[in-house]
Design a protein around this ligand. Structure first.
Ligand SMILES: NC(=O)c1ccc[n+]([C@@H]2O[C@H](COP(=O)([O-])OP(=O)(O)OC[C@H]3O[C@@H](n4cnc5c(N)ncnc54)[C@H](OP(=O)(O)O)[C@@H]3O)[C@@H](O)[C@H]2O)c1
Length: 284
């Protein structure tokens, strides 16, 4: 196939047991590429907070699907990322695909922009993915999935609109950017095909799965309380409430064209995500 690199070296997928990484690893495997799983549970294990684990993970690797260490406990995420990228490049990594975030990127979050710049200046080819909120949060992100399972979802999004993206589309974009030509130096904003409120998303899950669940537009205090009741720390609940309030203010109410630009097709719709998700995902 023209323009496809079959890396003789394995591709390291960080977060390979999570929502996007698991799917990136599956996509690469399906395309015949050797994959190294990056996870604290893998052999060899990879842990952002234990530098002694990094070298075995990057050994002989040709390209890396990179998550943001700032979201996994690193206090100085840019410094951690800089050191990790330098080690990976020294061991032969020639390409990074970095999972960033559209809402924080659009908001000009200084920390996130600095970490994106670290990847851009790593000396390897880079592609940055800035996705909207994932559809899979409703079934795989405990603070939200547990609310759905419990039958009542209380968030401070009001009737704000979000173009939920399917994690399978993010993974397909990442797999293409990791293995094909033409995506180096690109930052892709990725969204689903239409804007929806969280209430509409919950109604769609209820209608298509038969699970009894409803959405309540809550205040910040109610949102933070419900996030904490479903397993998050107070600090994470406060941070996430802020992201939900941005949605309520309409800041995310626009579509992006990254899936179309990379894959040459429309993104998957939220209804397709619900139909593909086993109903058990929402039953306690
Ligand atoms: N969710 C959204 O709607 C959304 C939207 C835009 C951007 N994002 C970004 O997406 C990223 C999260 O990606 P995701 O949703 O695919 O992941 P995820 O489902 O949150 O899973 C986290 C992954 O990271 C690994 N991990 C956790 N702590 C680690 C550590 N200390 N060292 C090494 N690995 C560690 C976990 O593996 P083990 O537990 O096996 O180690 C797991 O594979 C975040 O940076 C977030 O900002 C998310």
């Amino acid at each position: 196939m023209t323009g496809v690199h079959r890396h003789a070296r394995p591709i390291l997928v960080l977060g390979a047991t999570g929502k996007t990484g698991r799917r990136v690893a599956e996509q690469l495997d399906r395309r015949g590429h050797a994959v190294r799983i990056g996870s604290r549970r893998a052999e060899p294990a990879f842990d952002w907070s234990d530098r002694a684990t990094w070298e075995a993970a990057v050994q002989s690797v040709g390209a890396t699907y990179l998550l943001d260490p700032a979201d996994f406990g690193a206090e100085d995420g840019a410094a951690v990322l800089r050191d990790f990228c330098a080690l990976a490049v020294a061991h032969g990594t020639r390409r990074f695909v970095f999972l960033s975030s559209r809402d924080l990127g659009d908001a000009g979050d200084a920390g996130l922009l600095e970490r994106e710049r670290v990847v851009e200046e790593s000396g390897a080819e880079w592609t940055i993915l800035r996705p909207s909120w994932f559809a899979q949060n409703f079934s795989e992100e405990p603070f939200l999935a547990n609310q759905v399972r419990g039958g009542l979802v209380t968030l401070s999004t009001g009737d704000g609109l979000e173009p939920f993206i399917d994690a399978d589309d993010i993974a397909e974009v990442a797999a293409v950017a990791l293995t094909e030509d033409g995506h180096a130096g690109e930052t892709y904003n990725l969204s689903g095909p239409r804007l929806m409120t969280f209430g509409e998303a919950i109604d769609t899950i209820a209608r298509l799965s038969g699970h009894d669940v409803r959405f309540v537009a809550g205040t910040s205090e109610e949102c933070i309380a419900s996030l904490e009741a479903h397993g998050t720390s107070h600090a994470f609940a406060v941070f996430t409430d802020q992201l939900f309030r941005w949605i309520g203010e309409g800041r995310n109410a626009m579509l992006a064209d990254g899936v179309q630009r990379v894959l040459g097709r429309e993104p998957r719709d939220f209804e397709e995500y619900v139909q593909r998700t086993p109903a058990d995902a929402w039953r306690g």
